[in-house]
Design a binder for this molecule. Structure first.
Ligand SMILES: Nc1ncnc2c1ncn2[C@@H]1O[C@H](COP(=O)(O)OP(=O)(O)O)[C@@H](O)[C@H]1O
Ligand SMILES: [Mg+2]
Length: 647
């Protein structure tokens, strides 16, 4: 039975005017177990014919049946399958992969057919031994002579059986002695039942074959048999292939190894390529952490501003120079507001600054007259003693609550201030409590603040009926914007139609702060995003270079049976690994940034989260896939013969 049947094959190269007719109506059959030499001058179309026989190339027209299967309509992957299972190539220039040692070069075809690592290494070792290069297992091609390289490449052709051996000028680059060794090997392979097709332009070499086909200018000009075809039936090795899952894992691991190797071969180049990703990821992680840190900080500040309150001040607005003289708010205004059902409380405030004397020390301090709800509304808590009560207010008690600053100033020795009496504007006041430090950016840190019942301040210190502000606490269930409008209307009516006051709603302050942070985060994030895109373009660029550099390697892998998917996987993985390593370095960079930032900044810390690290790794993988896709796709869709011919 014929293993090869070629009918009216034509092959054109190029298009239009430069269209070139290389193979012209080629017809022949080859018996199973035959040894055929194809001879002809350089340029006569021998290699083109071999590429078609090896399913590396497809004829422009005509039919090619291999082992009974019509190959011309097969997909690229089916061609790869045929190459991997049926055909062993031996090239004039060996085409070994420079980065792999002999053993791995020989084992390469079996990765793509799914032999386990152990089986393929054992078989590769056995083949190398049989071909007389047993001592060169660990040598790379550059450490071998031409003859040894050719024997390694023959071993590779036999890895998956090599039922059909296609040898394109296998002795062309060898000295005569090595050439003889190679021809002896081919003879032995023929005796084992394999079908050998040998291309040569040397008639002495062709004399080894049982049959000679001569090509001239794309035509077959002679087809003569010297000896009958052998009748030994060749048996492909019976292989126990691994399960599909193991198969894919194995291919993944191999692809991963290759990508690591590719990255480490060009360390500096890889590092520079990663730089964009490193900076991008470092900024993404830092921005997220900064965002979280400032968010926490702002939430604290907002909470310390107290629950939802509206402040009412006399005058027309902040910065009005008349404000100090406007005296429109009174205790009765506050009392009226206190009666409203949608307000939790309303307290009048009056503040006054003056000389504070204790023992032989004196300071300038500011005393606020406030209601008993004030502390609650402002989110102040007590550290020592107590706040004043409603009763203190009614009784116009001479009591005062001081802040930690004042305590530190008056009692530097750390004595208990509660119960001591200070003099403020010549009025004795007894300290009943000390507040906790709020550590709030909105509160001045250096001033001395004291709080006394507003009744006390008004009647004993200022002697004034007017107040500086009213703080109302809005019920949580109502809309504070509406309440604000309502308050304005009510107070305007009470003031005989004059709006001689203005309001400030903490709710809108909160909103403003939140909006500002959001805008900032968005701004920095978009810068980080741009940096990531730039980094991704860098990755894409270097991957395109990598694919171009390794075109020959891609061709060799395809020739030994790699499918498009395998090539795609390999380059995609390389891009992803590049990005992931960049991502990890980026995280490390932002970690050190955080360390320095937190060491320098006192009341503001960057807070890292596991989520941001995962986000970073996810981002890197995504960029790897996104920007590695086009180069990987290009690599996978290279034409095998073009890739092999690439120098
Ligand atoms: N990919 C290609 N594109 C264009 N022309 C090609 C291509 N491959 C081969 N040729 C042309 O086809 C002819 C036959 O080439 P080839 O089969 O390599 O010859 P041989 O192996 O017999 O020396 C040559 O003239 C060559 O220039
Ligand atoms: Mg050739």
């Amino acid at each position: 039975m014929n293993i090869i049947e070629v009918r009216r094959i034509n092959r054109f190269f190029g298009k239009g005017d430069s269209r070139f007719h290389v193979l012209k109506d080629i017809n022949f059959d080859i018996n199973r177990g035959d040894f055929v030499a194809v001879i002809g001058q350089s340029g006569s179309g021998k290699s083109t014919l071999m590429n078609i026989l090896g399913c590396l190339d497809t004829p422009t027209s005509g039919s090619y049946r291999l082992d009974g299967i019509e190959t011309s309509g097969l997909s690229a992957n089916a061609h790869a399958w045929v190459r991997g299972r049926k055909i062993g190539f031996i090239f004039q220039r060996y085409n070994l992969l420079a980065s792999l040692n002999s053993l791995d070069n020989v084992a390469l075809p079996a990765i793509y057919t799914g032999l386990s690592h152990q089986v393929r290494t054992d078989r590769a070792a056995e083949l190398l031994e049989r071909l007389g290069v047993a001592d060169k297992f660990r040598n790379k091609p550059s450490q071998l002579s031409g003859g040894q390289q050719q024997r390694v490449s023959i071993a590779r052709a036999l890895m998956n059986g090599g039922e059909i051996i296609l040898a394109d000028e296998p002795t062309g680059a060898l000295d005569s002695k090595s050439g003889e060794i190679v021809m002896d090997i081919l003879r032995v392979l023929h005796q084992s039942g394999r079908t050998i097709i040998l291309v040569t332009h040397n008639h002495t070499i062709a004399a080894h074959a049982h049959r000679v086909i001569e090509l001239k200018d794309g035509f077959i000009v002679a087809n003569s048999r010297r000896l009958p075809a052998r009748r030994i039936d060749y048996q492909n090795p019976v292989d126990s292939f691994v399960s599909p899952v193991t198969f894919h894992c194995d291919q993944f691991i191999e692809a991963f190894k290759i990508s690591i190797q590719a990255i480490t071969t060009h360390k500096l180049r890889s590092l520079l390529t990663m730089l964009g990703i490193i900076i991008g990821i470092a900024s993404v992680v830092s921005v997220v952490a900064l965002g979280r840190g400032s968010q926490e900080r702002i939430i604290n500040n907002i909470n310390s501003m107290g629950t939802n309150t509206i402040n009412i001040y006399p005058g027309s607005g902040f910065g009005d120079r008349q404000n100090a003289r406007v005296r429109t708010l009174t205790v009765s205004d506050s009392a009226m507001l206190a009666g409203l059902s949608y307000l939790d409380s309303s307290t009048p405030n009056t503040s006054v600054s003056g000389l504070l004397v204790y023992g032989n020390q004196s300071f300038t301090a500011s005393l606020s007259g406030v209601g008993d709800q004030f502390f609650d509304v402002r989110g102040l808590s007590i550290e020592l003693g107590r706040f004043f009560t409603r009763r203190d207010i009614q009784e116009v008690a001479s009591v005062v609550v001081i802040d930690p600053n004042t305590r530190d100033k008056l009692f530097p020795g750390g004595e208990n201030p509660v119960g001591c009496t200070i003099i403020f504007r010549r009025q004795p006041l007894t300290i009943i409590g000390v507040t906790k430090s709020k550590n709030n950016v909105f509160d001045a840190v250096d001033s001395l603040s004291l709080w006394a019942p507003y009744t006390t301040v008004m009647s004993k210190i200022t002697g004034d009926y007017y107040i500086n502000s009213i703080i109302v606490k809005v019920n949580n269930l109502v809309n504070s914007q509406l309440v604000e409008k309502n308050l304005i209307d009510l107070l305007t009516i009470k003031h005989d139609g004059r709006k001689d006051f203005f309001t400030q709603n903490t709710d809108s302050i909160k909103k403003t702060i939140e909006d500002t942070t959001r805008t900032m985060t968005l701004l920095i994030s978009s810068i980080a995003f741009i940096s990531l895109v730039v980094g991704g373009i860098g990755i894409m660029n270097i991957m395109l270079v990598s694919v171009a550099e390794r075109t020959k390697e891609i061709g060799v892998r395809m020739a030994v049976g790699a499918k498009r998917f395998n090539i795609m996987e390999q380059f995609l993985l390389e891009a992803i690994v590049l990005c992931l390593v960049g991502g990890v370095l980026g995280i490390a960079l932002s970690g050190s940034f955080r360390f320095f930032f937190n060491a320098v900044s006192k009341n503001f810390t960057i807070s890292f989260s596991i989520a941001s690290i995962f986000l970073a790794l996810g981002c890197s993988t995504f960029i790897g896939v996104l920007f590695g896709f086009i180069p990987a796709w290009n690599a996978a869709h290279l034409n095998p013969i073009d890739a092999l011919a690439y120098e």
